[in-house]
Write a protein that binds this ligand. Sequence first.
Ligand code: TXD
Length: 322
Amino acid sequence: MELAPTLLPTCASVKVSVIGAGKVGSTLTQRIAEKNLADVVLVDVVEGLPQGIALDLMAAQGIELHDSQIIGTNDYGDTAGSDIIVITAGMARKPNMSRDDLTLINAKIVAEIAQETIKHSPNAIYIVITNPLDVMTYLVWKITGLPTYRVMGMAGVLDSSRLQAFIAMKLGVYTADVSAMVLGGHGDLMLPLPRYCTVRGVPITELMDSSTINELVERTRHGGAEIVKLLQTGGAYFAPASSACLMVEAILRNQSRLLPAATYLQGEYGINDLFLGVPCRLGCRGVEKILEVDLTKAESEALQASAESVRRNIEIALAVLD
Ligand code: TXD
């Protein structure tokens, strides 16, 4: 049968490659596909794993009613021409491990992935998820040589959504009515900002006493560890996948959303040459703007402490790669 020439300039669709077909990568693939955001290429070193997950997800396509194509592969050639590359590959925490304990092993994995993927998708926007997040994002930027606005890390959306959930649970209100903000590195020194948390515009400082707020702040700081301890066999992945999907959607749909992301700072908040979580405007070009909110002296000092801890770890990671 001869096909009529297409009226569209090309039949190519939007393509997102997810590297790492573990818990976060496979759940993110499901979210992207079921929201019909893009075709997804899922890559892993383990033979059969991404292929099996892709086949399983495709078998649900007729029920979930989406038309995203999902391909599982061990070959980076299949990622060619990706619009977005999400890196989730690497080791996850075990009980009693900090995110920083993953630096040595994950630096090598993430560096190799950055090298392989940029060859095939020089125009992609990168979203890094692997821990320690702020350090791995820096490595991806260094290795790919991309402009800073095209590389970002996902953590602030997750940390903020945890705080949002804890506030909603405590007050017994609808979660989406709560707006919460967490800045800083994705570690124990992260900086939840109760002054900027509201329920439909009402500051939570008017709805809860300070000891309750402190309790929620501490729970947020250790939100990841709380889940690791319960699961015993890995870390959180449903909310991390949802958080990454929100960022993918903001970029692909050019939504100009104000979201916290690990982004490259050049003097903003008095910090230089570091990726750290701050509020950004995300759109089709990547990080389109960094928003500088006023911080008190104590908040500013806490952000600096978080930055210094990330800086020390970047040095460790770069030393491993030398
Ligand atoms: O907020 C955040 N940024 C995070 C980060 C929230 C949750 C999880 N976070 C981190 O993501 C976590 O600490 C890990 O460093 C990563 C991935 O977590 P996940 O829970 O998905 O880990 P899994 O299930 O162990 O999956 C990791 C996969 C696994 O299938 C490996 O075979 C694969 O990574 N892997 C690789 N794929 C491709 N290439 C290489 N080299 C490779 N090495 C391992």
